[in-house]
Design a protein around this ligand. Structure first.
Ligand code: ATP
Ligand code: MG
Length: 248
């Protein structure tokens, strides 16, 4: 398969991501099948879709971690991923995890700034195993931020968090996005989270982006707003969930 189709996106086009005719198969079965996707610079996009439909596969392709693809994939040079499981190295202090793999061996101050930004400035010198789930998740976010990405790829970053921690983490990502101005692609199973944070919500199905919904609501968004409920219900319907049945 071609490996030269994954290239840096041109910065003059206003685009952060351009994907066309993307196909990725496993054992002859296409999981991504002629997918197209464009994300503007600084745009916040949420990606929904049933389990196994190929969301993580798409994220890995965009991150450049999977090159067994056919099609065109243009992404910024500076991109960073945070996975659902934080993946911190247990034998390295939190701050060393944050700067791990960065070119030029940046010092502790760089890590501290990013950890401060996610509210973890007091845990810079901790061992990963002493962090709570939410703290580990924020450390993983700090590790993504020190890369100063133009594209931030988040794969269900809040999936394992309790409801309150999750709300705080969602707010944090919203704030970081506003401050940093990078494009974000957030994979989530949570329709409410998608409508709360994104400029545009995509639904993946049958290997393509099967549906998209622009969210025009002002920020900060109010989940009690009837327009919010309407958008949420429309997306649930697209996902094959009957909102009335869900409420029962
Ligand atoms: N390395 C691999 N080898 C074989 N099959 C794979 C591989 N990676 C993913 N798949 C298959 O591709 C499909 C899509 O997987 P993917 O992880 O992208 O789904 P997903 O949409 O992220 O699902 P979830 O919401 O459960 O995380 C699944 O059927 C999965 O089994
Ligand atoms: Mg996944």
């Amino acid at each position: 398969m071609a490996t030269d189709v994954h290239r840096p996106v041109s910065t003059v086009t206003g685009q952060a991501v351009h994907v066309a005719d993307l196909t990725r198969s496993f054992d002859g079965r296409p999981v991504i099948d002629g997918l197209r996707l464009d994300v503007a610079q600084g745009e916040f996009v949420a990606l929904l879709g049933r389990s196994g439909c190929g969301k993580s596969t798409l994220l890995r392709v965009l991150a450049g971690l999977d090159r067994e693809i056919a099609g065109t994939v243009l992404v910024p040079r500076r991109k960073a991923v945070a996975f659902q499981a934080p993946r911190l190295m247990p034998w390295k202090k939190v701050w060393r995890n944050v700067v791990l793999g960065l070119p030029g061996k940046p010092g502790r101050a760089v890590a501290e700034r990013a950890l401060d930004e996610v509210g973890l400035g007091h845990r810079t010198n901790a061992w990963p195993r002493t962090l709570s789930g939410g703290e580990a998740q924020r450390a993983s976010l700090a590790r993504a931020l020190v890369r100063e990405p133009d594209l931030l790829l988040l794969d269900e970053p809040f999936g394992a968090l309790d409801a309150l921690t999750r709300i705080k983490a969602q707010r944090l990502v919203g704030e970081l996005w506003r401050r940093r101005g990078c494009a974000v692609l957030l994979v989530t199973h949570d329709v409410e989270e998608a409508v709360l944070l994104a400029d545009r919500v995509l639904v993946m199905d049958n290997g393509v982006i099967a549906y998209e919904q622009r969210i025009e609501l002002d920020r900060p968004r109010d989940i009690a707003d009837p327009r919010f409920a309407e958008l949420r219900a429309g997306l649930l319907h697209r996902l094959g969930v009957d909102p009335a049945a869900e409420a029962a």
